[in-house]
Design a protein around this ligand. Structure first.
Ligand code: ARG
Length: 472
């Protein structure tokens, strides 16, 4: 059908069987198209049925539904779950969403008593409950996957606690560090990411179920009981807030976005380090791809895609924020679009974490290349300045100036700092003695950085052990 026709078409479908009492006719085809969310929210089927099971058990206990009906509903819901599980469930767009798809099938299976399930609840509290349950599990999955990545990073850190590489600021050689230290920097960031997912899960772990449409219900329900049955810490305390709020989703998306940002930085470093000009690491065959035209190629596609997926997670955060911004209380159908954002971000973060864990676990470092680069760019200039302060008693600013002149001298001679003859150094400042030679090499430089959180190999090993205890 051409678009113009479709827009005007009135569906020949009858009015909705679940809410169509006041309707004489069914929706326009385009109404169904814009209204239906089943293609997206079918992912909530487990949570939806879990919520319904807890709800009907409570209705029976409270004497709101007869035990025999509750038993029929319970058996029916389990049958529906089994059908969906094995892929023998026909999802229907006409039935809009997962809630009505499940309920309509329940009615087919058990007949009239199915209609009692929706007593004292609404799709508004139902969908908020489903999503809260889903997000709690998503936070747990993210946590486990971040831990796997941390495990791979810590293993690399232990193997390379003493592997010297250039440390950068502005991507210019700054001071030598160890590769292990660099790996552990990401373990720290990821640890905080785990904290953010844990916070989101904890704050979001309240049950909206029983808030009903928006105002609560006149039935004598027990919201504490359903909350407990579903593993929540308790019910939410304001019915309007319960159906209107999605900040539990926003917090999840914020955690995803920040975590993706960290993964994207690591991904970018892999792209840089695998470039032959650096050659610091190589990725395995399993995590690189060739080119269909250039036989020599070995592209870090997975790293690039992880870098790109940061766009999906932050995009999802912005999308949901924009949906909620300016939305009057309580529920608005705009909120149905929370789910594509949340699912896309969850998929992106999980795929990114899995790919990154694989890349890091397989990654081979090239210590010779790192070491060769580490001495370049006068990377021990700070050590020289520090020595002038410590051994020769200069104020740091003066030491900085003297070191600058030594760097220029080395630059003019086309050599590195450790290659300058002592006499040439003394010509610039008499206070320099042969003891300075001990601080100019990268090994001494790295070994001397024993301050808490510093890059000395012994400290890195200790930090790796501490990270194991704390995170793995
Ligand atoms: N599919 C809806 C959503 O995801 C469920 C809630 C619908 N509520 C309503 N009153 N139409 O938001």
């Amino acid at each position: 059908m051409p678009d113009s026709k479709r827009r005007k078409a009135r569906a020949s479908a009858p009015a909705n069987q679940l809410w169509g009492g006041r309707y004489a006719a069914g929706p326009a085809a385009v109404m169904t198209a814009i209204n239906a969310s089943i293609d997206v929210d079918r992912r909530l089927w487990r949570e939806d049925i879990q919520g319904s099971l807890a709800h009907v058990a409570m209705l029976a206990r409270q004497g709101i539904v007869r035990p025999a009906d509750a038993a029929r509903i319970t058996r029916g819901l389990k049958k529906v779950a089994a059908e969906i599980e094995v892929g023998r469930f026909a999802f229907s767009t006409a039935l809009e969403d997962i809630h009505m798809n499940v309920e309509a099938r329940l009615a087919e299976l058990i007949g009239k008593p199915a209609g009692r399930l929706h007593t004292a609840r609404s799709r508004n509290d139902q969908v908020a409950t489903d999503l809260a349950l889903w997000l709690r599990a998503a936070c747990a999955r993210a946590d486990a996957m971040i831990r796997e990545l941390q495990r791979a990073l810590v293993a690399q850190a232990e193997a390379h606690a003493g592997t010297i590489m250039p440390g950068y600021t502005h991507l210019q050689p700054a001071q030598p560090v160890t590769f292990g230290h660099h790996m552990l920097a990401y373990v720290e960031m990821l640890g905080r990411d785990r904290g953010r997912f844990a916070d989101a899960a904890r704050r979001g772990n309240r049950s909206p179920l029983g808030a009903a449409a928006l105002a609560g219900t006149s039935f004598p329900i027990d919201r504490h009981a359903t909350a407990k049955a579903l593993g929540f810490d308790g019910p939410t305390d304001n019915s309007l807030d319960s159906v209107a709020s999605r900040d539990f989703g926003l917090e999840f998306l914020a955690a995803c976005s920040i975590c993706s940002t960290h993964l994207s930085r690591l991904a970018e470093e892999l792209v840089i380090w695998t470039n032959p000009l650096f050659g610091f690491v190589s990725l395995s065959d399993a995590f690189t791809t060739g080119s269909s035209i250039m036989p020599q190629k070995r592209n870090p596609d997975a790293a690039e895609l992880v870098r790109g997926k940061a766009g999906a997670t932050l995009g999802a955060f912005v999308r949901l924020t924009m949906i909620l911004k300016g939305l009057p209380l309580t529920y608005g159908k705009d909120m149905q679009d929370d789910k594509p954002a949340i699912f896309e971000a969850a998929d992106a973060i999980e795929l990114s974490l899995a790919a990154m864990a694989g890349m890091i676990a397989d990654m081979k470092a090239n210590p010779a290349r790192m070491r060769a680069a580490a001495g370049g760019g006068f990377s021990t200039a700070t050590d020289l300045a520090d020595w002038l302060v410590r051994a020769a008693g200069l104020p740091f600013r003066e030491a900085h100036h003297v070191t600058g002149r030594l760097v220029r001298l080395a630059e003019e001679r086309g050599c590195d700092l450790p290659d300058l003859p002592l006499a040439a150094m003394r010509a610039i400042d008499k206070r320099i003695t042969k003891d300075v030679l001990g601080v100019l090499g990268v090994d001494n430089s790295v070994r001397s950085r024993r301050s808490h959180g510093g890059t000395a190999p012994a400290s890195v090993l200790r930090a790796a052990r501490a990270a194991r205890r704390k995170w793995l």
